[in-house]
Design a protein around this ligand. Structure first.
Ligand code: MLT
Length: 302
């Protein structure tokens, strides 16, 4: 039997069928392998026998990769396993940025004691009017599993989709999705798109890539979405641009004091991949990877 230790609640999710698995959330000192969701591992004292870490999720910025590599600890992640969950959150973000559904719901809730609500609604509804996304141009930066799913779904909703990924050729992008017009320079995305969504990993080269310079190149009234990582975006610059009317809405899945209360920001608490299905997929993939590594030495997504 393998003994696995989980650093946060993934332990309860999606592990049916793995009879050789024992899950525990405390005392990891004797662990050979760790399964982690998004808990930060930077300050974790390393168990002596640790051989592998499986991150049930895509981003690995919660793991000190360099330190682990130096100690020969293999790190896996589960790219794509939660991509559909994030895609659906992005679609919700596109719609919430375009239609004041939340404002409408809040108004009805606050007026619910009022018998005149139906009559008032006819007077009030003007202020909740919005725009349609059909026919608008969506720019996707990063054509990994999530970016491509977003592209396909947005195209089916009638959006014109531009995609940019410096690591993917035009042919590869065409094979990934016939719905994406592949753009070679990110500036073209900035210049041409009404909505821009970012789906790249956090690296030195992508840190704060959406900054004042980038925003200045964008269309007036652009809507920005960030379901990838908070540090990809210079949020002070975004809030300034919201105030100036340059950016119409900023949809972010990363709450912080800069954006939480700012006008024009729609912020959720990193729930893009928080669906039962995505958590289940990630947990199963992570466990499979670990078992395959510990039993057969096979390395996936390292
Ligand atoms: C991911 O990186 O997979 C998502 O942001 C969700 C998560 O962090 O668990």
């Amino acid at each position: 039997m393998f003994h696995y230790h989980c650093l946060n609640p993934i332990s309860q999710v999606g592990l049916d069928g793995f009879s050789s698995l024992y899950v525990q959330t405390d005392n990891i000192n004797d662990a050979d392998a760790i399964l982690v969701r998004s808990a930060a591992m930077h300050d974790l004292e390393l168990p002596e026998n640790l051989e592998a870490v499986a991150r049930a999720g895509a981003g690995v910025n919660n793991i000190p990769l360099q330190k682990y590599a130096e100690q020969g600890i293999v790190v896996f992640n589960t790219p794509g396993a939660n991509a559909n969950g994030v895609k659906e959150a992005v679609l919700a973000g596109l719609l919430l940025a375009s239609r004041d559904i939340v404002g409408g719901i809040n108004w009805v809730q606050s007026e619910r004691q009022n018998d005149l609500i139906a009559k008032d609604a006819e007077k009030e509804k003007k202020r909740f009017a919005g725009n349609e996304i059909m026919g608008k141009r969506l720019g996707i930066i990063g054509l990994g599993a999530i970016g491509v799913l977003v592209a396909n779904a947005a195209a089916r909703l009638g959006m014109e989709v531009y995609g940019y990924d410096p690591y993917i050729s035009v042919d590869a992008a065409w094979n990934l999705s016939r719905d994406i017009r592949h753009i070679k320079e990110v500036d073209e995305i900035y210049r041409e798109c009404d909505y821009i969504t970012i789906h790249v990993p956090l690296m030195d080269s992508t840190r704060k890539m959406i900054n004042k310079d980038a925003i200045d190149k964008m269309k007036d009234g652009v809507v920005l979405l960030n379901y990838a990582r908070d540090l990809l975006v210079d949020e002070e610059a975004v809030v300034d641009a919201l105030r100036a009317g340059k950016v119409k809405r900023y949809v972010s899945d990363f709450p912080n004091p800069t954006t939480a209360g700012a006008k024009g920001c729609i912020v959720t608490p990193h729930i893009g991949a928080s669906t039962a299905e995505s958590e289940d997929n990630c947990a199963k993939m992570a466990v499979k990877e670990l078992i395959d590594y510990l039993e057969h030495g096979n390395i996936h997504h390292s």
